[in-house]
Design a protein around this ligand. Structure first.
Ligand SMILES: Cc1cc2nc3c(=O)[nH]c(=O)nc-3n(C[C@H](O)[C@H](O)[C@H](O)COP(=O)(O)OP(=O)(O)OC[C@H]3O[C@@H](n4cnc5c(N)ncnc54)[C@H](O)[C@@H]3O)c2cc1C
Length: 375
């Protein structure tokens, strides 16, 4: 067993942290307007960090899930977000895209020249997306899409949306290019992770050419299953980054803050709390690392990924809430990042699979399907 990351990965971590520190002063502006951090994406793209899993022949880094984790975690540690849907889209394209689709979209995404959105959720269909109501009807030369999508990160900003819809043969995925007629966007106003703007949108007779179908018609579920583990590992990494970032900031403050004759970090209650939090963050990191390791080896790992994502969300919410005890009144001030970490952790816990749904998946692996006969 080897718990060490490589020297190259350590260097990547250092470089991402350095870049994130440089962009930190822009966070308030992006947050206030809830806009995508274009300049950050361009810089990530220049370094090919928008395409950690994309092979070099499509202008990516040609690395794996661990590099994706490092990039996501270090950005979130400094309060930055954004590449996740693009990297999820790359995974979709690599899993099911035709050579023509890979060549058309992967270099653009990996170079940060455009970003992607993934549109699954609908107003009436969240966790149970197999009941999807958006339809794709086969017509001469392609498909016609109708329906509504909700809470979609970057939908109106994206160069491409990978859109899930029901067609005659089942769940299918379509590559919808920016500017396609018939789509009306409405911007949301989320409480956290605001630099990943969310949109609801309607599709009215949206025409998609046949070559924009991703994979085979009706194969949407298999593409989803080939891709969603990586996206959960990425989400877990953001949550771990938030927990680490909040705790580090709080410790920096508490180590200097005197209360009477003591530093805040002299109180045993505080010391035990910090000990518990660092232990949990480490445990979440190990779960995430194992899931990433399995992903990179192509081993089935839905269970490990669900555990990693579930636990990271619990730890992030707990850490970002408990650090308020270290920082007193400053926790309530927008001038300090604590309230932002807290909002971001809350949103990160909901997006991309709720804890309840993840626990269902874990329990099913242990106990079998609900209502199954006892054996
Ligand atoms: C900030 C943000 C960004 C998002 N970005 C995207 C995106 O880019 N693309 C996209 O497609 N979607 C996106 N989503 C949608 C997200 O994936 C859904 O919110 C999520 O799947 C849950 O769906 P829902 O909100 O409709 O909850 P519902 O499915 O309506 O569930 C409501 C509650 O019931 C619980 N629940 C559901 N089923 C069970 C069960 N069997 N047992 C116990 N409890 C259960 C859930 O945990 C939840 O708490 C985003 C959401 C948020 C908040």
């Amino acid at each position: 067993m080897n718990f060490e990351i490589t020297a190259e990965q350590r260097e990547l971590r250092r470089e991402v942290a350095e870049l994130a520190r440089r962009f930190q002063p822009r966070i308030d502006e992006w947050e206030a307007k809830s806009i995508a951090p274009r300049e950050l994406f361009e810089e990530l793209g220049r370094r090919r960090w928008m395409g950690p899993i994309v092979p070099p022949q499509y202008d990516g880094m040609g690395k794996g899930a661990m590099e994706y984790c490092i990039i996501s975690e270090e950005l979130a540690r400094f309060g930055l977000f954004g590449p996740q849907p693009t990297i999820q889209a790359e995974k979709h394209l690599l899993a099911s895209g035709s050579e023509e689709q890979k060549q058309s979209y992967l270099p653009m995404l990996a170079r940060g020249e455009g970003i992607a959105a993934i549109a699954i959720s609908e107003p009436m269909v969240g966790s149970s997306f197999e009941l999807m109501e958006t339809t794709a009807l086969k017509r001469e030369g392609g498909y016609v899409l109708n329906g509504r999508k909700s809470h979609i990160n970057f939908a109106a900003d994206a160069a491409i949306i990978l859109l899930y819809a029901k067609s005659e043969r089942g769940l299918s995925i379509f590559i919808v290019e920016r500017g396609t007629p018939g789509i009306r966007f409405e911007k949301g106003d989320p409480i956290g992770q605001r630099m990943q703007p969310i949109y609801d949108f309607t599709l009215e007779d949206v025409r998609i050419p046949q070559n924009q179908l991703l994979g085979e018609e009706g194969d949407g579920m298999s593409t989803f299953f080939a891709s969603f583990n990586l996206s959960r590992i990425g989400n877990a990494s953001c949550l771990i980054g938030l927990a680490r970032g909040a705790l580090e900031e709080a410790i920096d403050y508490a180590k200097q803050r005197r209360v009477g004759g003591n530093l805040v970090t002299d109180f045993q209650g505080i010391r035990w709390m910090v000990a518990e939090l660092v232990t949990r963050i480490e445990a979440a990191t190990l779960l995430r690392d194992k899931a990433a390791w399995l992903e990179d080896r192509g081993v089935e790992h839905a269970l490990e990924t669900a555990m990693a994502r579930y636990y990271a969300a619990e730890v992030a919410e707990e850490a970002c809430s408990q650090v308020f005890s270290l920082v007193g009144g400053w926790g309530c001030r927008r001038e300090r990042p604590f309230e932002r970490f807290w909002r971001d952790a809350k949103v990160g816990k909901l997006a991309g699979g709720s804890s309840e749904v993840l626990k269902n998946l874990i329990a099913r692996r242990v106990l079998g399907k609900e209502g199954a006969p006892l054996s």
